[in-house]
Design a protein around this ligand. Structure first.
Ligand SMILES: Cc1cc2nc3c(=O)[nH]c(=O)nc-3n(C[C@H](O)[C@H](O)[C@H](O)COP(=O)(O)O)c2cc1C
Ligand SMILES: [Fe+2]
Ligand SMILES: [Fe+2]
Length: 398
């Protein structure tokens, strides 16, 4: 499947690569469904442009697919929406075949193409917001979209086909059987949410800005660089609006670790109490949970609760990397609560608070219980859960 170039809209060909084998991305995101590196060939009456390339391991696939439509030597333009190697990694190889092709990117993008791929300055032509490129019968318009996902990123819009080439924006790590999202099913939207959580959520303001810019654009097709093409673009556009702008949900994400079960017992009472207040509670034991699923929950949750036993004066190491990750990616719901069991002097709650409070999280008074929880401690855990649920409701009605 998808071994050949596919004309996705008149004169626009998908020439990307499917990577079913890859299990992890950026040494961080798990890939249960593999991924794709999409590239698109746009054929005007006079000129031909390639939008993005592929991961360098797949250059031969890209060249083969381009050859099915045009001679790769005849490319006039290579458009680089984003300099990350999963999309620009084949640039040198392509430009050494397409000798007359100009590299089109933002000014920052051209700088990065030089640093990452040794592309000579005279090869490049910088474009900025609103600039157009005429291929005769196809007009490409460039939209500055910094930080989606690096500082140099831009989007490319084909006026005649009303098609948006959005690179990482609106992407999903799915190696599909069909190129079209509506034929693949709901898994694409679910994976797009996880992708958004891991790649885009940290850049909330740039995402909002870009969505604002796209408001004025007539989009019939969204062609990202990972996962299938959206022929019903409202599905992904509305989903992004919901995630970036829409209201948060009355939902609490609890992540915890426990060595002897004490912190886990507290967790059960807390979860029960939150649910009793009609607030959703989802809990993950970080001994075996995939952190990317936690991060996905944070897209629309209102609060995060960390449960850690004290461990050599601080937080348990199996939870520490999640604390760090959440501090970095800054979810919208920044209400934080911390609980855990300790043996003598504690330390876990203090450390989590010290990491998160200066980063703009609102940390409510922690619940720390010495040793295994007895009835009284479980009651404290219950009222702690109730307090969290109340604070969530207050934050949503504010
Ligand atoms: C490796 C290790 C390190 C610990 N370090 C601390 C510590 O620095 N301070 C403290 O108060 N308790 C410490 N404890 C005690 C635990 O926090 C305590 O046993 C707690 O009840 C364990 O909760 P759990 O059953 O949820 O794992 C440590 C325990 C272990 C096994
Ligand atoms: Fe990227
Ligand atoms: Fe990417």
């Amino acid at each position: 499947m998808l071994e050949n170039a596919v004309e996705i809209t008149p004169g626009v060909y998908w020439v990307g690569a499917i990577d079913k084998e890859r299990t992890i991305f950026d040494s961080f995101m798990s890939l249960p469904y593999g991924t794709t590196y999409n590239a698109y060939l746009i054929q005007g009456k006079e000129k031909v442009a390639l939008v993005d390339t592929v991961h360098p391991e797949f250059t031969h696939i890209l060249l083969k697919k381009i050859s099915e439509v045009v001679n790769p030597e005849s490319l006039d333009f290579v458009i680089m929406n984003h300099a990350e190697p999963d999309h620009a990694g084949s640039l040198s190889a392509i430009l050494s075949v397409a000798k007359k092709a100009k590299l089109i990117a933002t000014k920052k993008g051209l700088g990065m193409a030089k640093v990452f791929y040794d592309i000579l300055e005279e090869k490049g032509e910088a474009v900025t917001d609103g600039n157009t490129l005429a291929l005769e019968g196809k007009t490409l318009k460039f939209i500055d979209a910094p930080w989606l996902h690096w500082p140099e990123t831009m989007l490319t819009y084909c006026v005649e086909n009303k098609a948006l080439f959005s690179c990482d924006f609106f992407g999903a790590h799915v190696a599909p059987e069909s190129l079209y999202e509506e034929e693949v099913g709901d898994i694409v939207l679910a994976e797009a949410k996880r992708y958004y959580a891991e790649i885009m959520m940290i850049f909330l303001n740039p995402v909002r800005k870009a969505l604002g810019k796209l408001e004025g654009l007539d989009i019939k097709l969204v062609a990202p660089s990972h996962g299938p093409v959206w022929r019903k673009p409202d599905r992904i556009l509305n989903a992004y609006k919901g995630w970036a702008i829409g209201p948060l949900r009355p939902k609490v994400v609890i992540i915890y670790v426990s060595m002897y079960g004490s912190t886990a017992e507290l967790e059960k009472s807390i979860v029960e109490a939150i649910r009793a207040e009609d607030v959703e509670a989802v809990a993950y034991n970080m001994l075996n949970a995939d952190v990317s699923h936690v991060v996905q929950e944070l897209v629309d949750s209102s609060a995060i609760v960390f449960g850690s036993p004290s461990f050599y004066g601080g937080v348990h190491p199996r939870l520490a990397s999640s604390v760090e990750l959440i501090r970095t990616i800054k979810p919208r719901g920044k209400l934080v609560a911390v609980f855990g069991s300790y043996g003598w002097g504690g330390g876990a709650a203090k450390e989590i608070k010290a990491r998160l409070q200066p980063a703009g999280f609102e940390v409510i008074d922690p619940l720390e219980i010495q040793g295994p929880p007895r009835m009284e401690s479980l009651q404290k855990a219950s009222s702690f859960g109730k307090t969290i649920a109340k604070r969530v409701k207050e934050s949503l009605s504010a």
